[in-house]
Design a protein around this ligand. Structure first.
Ligand SMILES: [Zn+2]
Length: 894
């Protein structure tokens, strides 16, 4: 699953910072038997193992209901009189169990809504052996992305349309079919659906048969899937088009609402390009006959895309390239999302974690593989720098006491949903990068190939991966790997003064722990890691030391400025002695962009948390050359925007930042121009958007004036703002909106049919700085006008500028807000409205919300938000005064 991404980059930045029926296949039984393990926190009694499901569904899209039957081939492994399956919000009509060669027995059925189970009591003991369980049931079609769900949109003919899709991860297949809905119960699936004769149905596998069943309906049956987990099953039906291409001996396709095929070519080409690369990398070829990526109109508060095997689901905005609205950053995201989801066809689908504790085996790997693939096919996109940015995203969460280890304890459905966070994705990715660097790319790939070959169609735990990579020749991997995946937090490497001895640079390093909210305790009694520390001195080659205990000597060949963690693949922070820090500052212009990025990021984190003065970070930022790599310019501009927000209420200091940013970045934007150019590199296009957004956010006069000019022209001619810059320019207008401009955006939003464009405009209405307009946006979100999946985004946008207003609004309208959010996101939506704020008055509100609405074991996102707000509020006066003092001492050069 790919995490959802913020719709409006500027606003998110300003906050700063998802035939042939075979009976029990040998693999299915083998897979199940392998994982009979008392330590697995299964929520079902281990009395039976399913091997095959034959599911038949008839959706009634107009009524938002469906009817279903399922025949499950299973093996009873312990004598039992009951079978317990997962089922949620299903009405079960009847059930019978039939032993192989015997007579059917009817069940007494009871359901438990809290446990999400159905119990079938047969009133007699079922002895170990083979059985078939037949169940007749009915369910609901949801209007957010859980289980079988409907997305409504306006079609190319301007008419209202409804399409159906499924979303089952983590635990929602049980809303579609009574099942053993846990990842280790792998089975084969046959799916048959009755749908309107003029619609297209999509499943994991190609269609096996089709028949007309009268009354305007047809019955579609898909081929039997390989052995897989229930959360990977997929079904969609609607008024679709499908475009295809051959990638070797496999067919890849993109499915989208009718008439939008011209927007899918970019994603289809990416799919065809990536599949052979993965076949080669993983060593086990993609096993299904086809691979589709299915576009859905709308959005989710939980995810952007989901790796159903053979039928990836992706929301349109992350799959279709629409020249009228898709920015360069979104275009790159389409490729990255495709690469991420396709990596899951192996990591997740072919080899699956035994339980959600090891979810990082899916998500960390898919994230890492997406970055690797992007760097391979698009070396000019700056993926190496992005990887440092991803590490920073992980560290932002990992530096609070509310963090968790990469491998974590998941016991409830809510906890499984919450596991899809920056630790699982970004820390997982960063740790893999570090380990790949540690053992070498070739050994690492051999290990992955061995792991795929050994565990295909099975379930694994983290230790299985370490064993496979060590088996491929990696030495001492497990110790390092365990330290970084079983323990939370970030090592801090403090570097003492360096000296040159016999042509080698020596220094003492001390290992403690970096923390934002418990700095003293973390320094006094830190966790302990075996950290691979690379060091480089001047032009010498890098040395590698694995830390053992607190203090040790390091040495690097050559004499010169000592840089720790060159290339930035190490997952730790580095605190230099003042002299070394100053020497690095002077050496900054000559360093690689990734190292500049890492140094600045470390410096700001250390200064913000109080490990060193704030001036040290600002000094480093000020040393960045004007012609630096565009990702560094983006980073610097974003830092100034963050400081601008921190100085809210101090007009003079904010004006000083605006003036400084204008002097620093306006010349670069002038060079790039306000509109796309034919000779733009991808990085030029990204930087242009970022500078328009950041300078516009700061109220830079040239940018604001151009924004107003373009807005006037756009109201007369929708093509007046180039598509790739539309979100950037309209973001500037919407943030500074007055009642007239707000009303104009609203009018255009209501008249727009394209779902991505339309939802973008509605979200923009939530980004106004003007509080009265923000209130108007909140009121609009409770009407039917924006659409079922758009309203929650409007409220999120309001929260960036007005967290208190958004939180109060949501807390006072909970019953109306709940239907606007997917069930999977419910326990963190409220926390996310507040967690970027530095307003301590939000804390008691969050506390009472958690007490009234969340089970204590499910409250981690709220606790994290509280800890973060408290920390930011506590730090603010110090950062404000140190920044003001620095600005006075360093007037911008004219
Ligand atoms: Zn994923």
């Amino acid at each position: 699953m790919k995490n959802r991404i913020a719709l409006l980059a500027a606003v998110a930045l300003a906050g700063m910072v998802a035939g042939c029926r075979s009976t029990s296949g040998p693999q299915a039984v083998e897979s199940g038997s392998d994982t009979v393990d008392a330590t697995l926190p299964t929520q079902l009694p281990w009395t039976a193992i399913p091997s095959h499901y034959a599911i038949q569904v008839t959706p009634h899209a107009d009524q938002l209901t469906f009817d279903g039957t399922v025949a499950i081939d299973l093996k009873v492994i312990k004598p039992t009189s009951t079978l317990v399956l997962n089922a949620a919000n299903l009405t079960i009509g009847s059930a019978t169990v039939t032993p192989a060669g015997g007579k059917a027995a009817a069940a007494k059925i009871s359901t438990d809504a809290d446990a999400q189970t159905a119990t079938f009591d047969f009133g007699q003991t079922l002895q170990p052996g083979d059985y078939r369980l037949d169940i007749r049931y009915a369910g609901k079609i949801n209007q957010q992305a859980n289980g079988l769900f409907a997305l409504d949109y306006t079609n190319v003919d301007g008419k209202a349309a409804r399409a159906l899709f499924t979303q089952f991860e983590a635990s929602d297949a049980r809303r579609f079919v009574p099942s053993w809905d846990e990842p280790d119960y792998k089975a084969r699936f046959d799916l048959t659906a009755r749908i309107p004769a003029d619609q297209m149905a999509v499943g994991n596998m190609p269609q096996a048969s089709l028949k007309d069943v009268g009354n305007g309906l047809k019955e579609v049956t898909f081929q039997t899937t390989p052995v897989m987990s229930s959360y990977l099953l997929f079904f969609a039906a609607g008024d679709f088009d499908r475009i295809t291409k051959q990638a070797g001996d496999r067919e890849v396709g993109v499915v989208m609402s009718r008439g939008n095929g011209d927007k899918a070519g970019y994603a289809l080409d990416a799919e065809a390009q990536i599949l052979p690369y993965y076949n080669e990398y993983f060593g086990t070829p993609y096993p299904l006959p086809k691979l589709d990526n299915v576009a859905g109109p709308g959005q989710s508060q939980f995810f952007g895309a989901m790796e159903n095997w053979g039928a990836i689901f992706t929301f349109e905005r992350s799959l279709l390239l629409d020249p009228d609205i898709t920015s360069e950053s979104r275009k790159q995201d389409i490729f990255g999302t495709e690469a991420h989801e396709m990596a899951h066809m192996w990591f997740g689908d072919l080899v699956t974690m035994a339980w959600w504790d090891d979810l990082w085996l899916n998500e960390g790997f898919a994230s890492w593989m997406a970055n690797k693939t992007t760097q391979h096919f698009h070396p000019d996109w700056g993926g190496d720098v992005d990887q440092v940015a991803d590490r920073e995203q992980a560290m932002a969460l990992d530096s609070f006491v509310t963090t968790h280890p990469v491998v974590q304890h998941v016991r409830t459905v809510e906890q499984a949903n919450q596991a899809f966070d920056d630790i699982t994705y970004a820390k997982g990715q960063s740790v893999i990068s570090m380990l790949e660097g540690f053992v070498g790319a070739d050994v690492w790939r051999q290990g992955i190939r061995a792991y795929m070959a050994k565990f295909k169609y099975k379930n694994t735990r983290t230790a299985d991966l370490w064993a496979a990579v060590e088996g491929a020749g990696a030495k001492n991997l497990t110790q390092v790997a365990r330290d970084f995946t079983m323990q939370p937090g970030i090592p801090l490497i403090t570097v003492g003064p360096s000296r040159c001895v016999n042509g080698r640079t020596q220094a003492t390093i001390t290992q403690t722990q970096f923390s934002n909210d418990r700095r003293q305790q973390a320094m006094a009694s830190p966790l302990n890691w075996h950290v691979p520390v690379r060091a480089i001195a001047g032009n010498g080659s890098a040395s590698l030391t694995i830390t053992q205990g607190r203090t040790q000597q390091i040495e690097a060949p050559g004499c010169g400025v000592l840089l720790i963690n060159p290339g930035q693949t190490g997952y730790f922070r580095t605190l230099y002695a003042p002299d070394q820090s100053e020497a690095l500052r002077r050496a900054m212009p000559g360093l690689a962009a990734v190292d500049q990025y890492g140094l600045i990021s470390d410096a700001f984190a250390l200064s913000t948390a109080g490990f060193q003065p704030y001036s040290r970070a600002l000094d480093l930022l000020a040393t960045l050359p004007a012609n630096a790599h565009s990702k560094l310019i983006e980073l610097a501009a974003g830092r100034w925007v963050g400081l601008f927000d921190t100085l809210e209420g101090n007009a003079a200091a904010q004006a000083a930042i605006r003036d400084r940013a204008s002097r620093l970045f306006w010349p670069r934007l002038q060079q790039l121009g306000f509109a796309p150019r034919n000779n733009d590199t991808p990085l030029d296009a990204l930087l242009r958007s970022a500078l328009i957004e950041d300078l516009g956010y700061l109220g830079e006069p040239h940018v604001v004036a151009e924004g107003q000019r373009l807005f006037g022209a756009w109201q007369r001619d929708p093509k007046a703002i180039p598509g790739p810059l539309k979100v950037s320019w309209l973001g500037v207008i919407a943030r500074n909106a007055n009642p007239q401009t707000w009303a104009a955006i609203h009018r255009i939003a209501a008249a727009t049919h394209g779902t991505v464009e339309r939802s973008t405009y509605y979200a923009l209405l939530g980004s106004a700085k003007d509080e009265a307009l923000a209130r108007q946006a909140l009121a609009l979100s409770l009407t039917r006008e924006p659409g079922n999946t758009v309203s929650a985004d409007i409220i999120s946008e309001v929260s960036h500028e007005h967290p208190q207003l958004a939180l109060d609004f949501v807390l006072s309208h909970l019953p109306q807000i709940e239907p606007l959010i997917d069930l999977s996101a419910a326990s963190r939506y409220v926390a996310e409205l507040a967690d970027d704020s530095d307003d301590a008055t939000l804390i008691p509100k969050l506390e009472s919300y958690a007490k009234a609405h969340l089970k204590p074991e499910d409250a981690r996102p709220v606790q994290h938000a509280i800890g973060r707000i408290r920390w930011k509020a506590g730090n603010k006066p110090r950062i404000q005064s140190e920044t003001i003092a620095w600005l006075k001492a360093h007037p911008a050069i004219s």
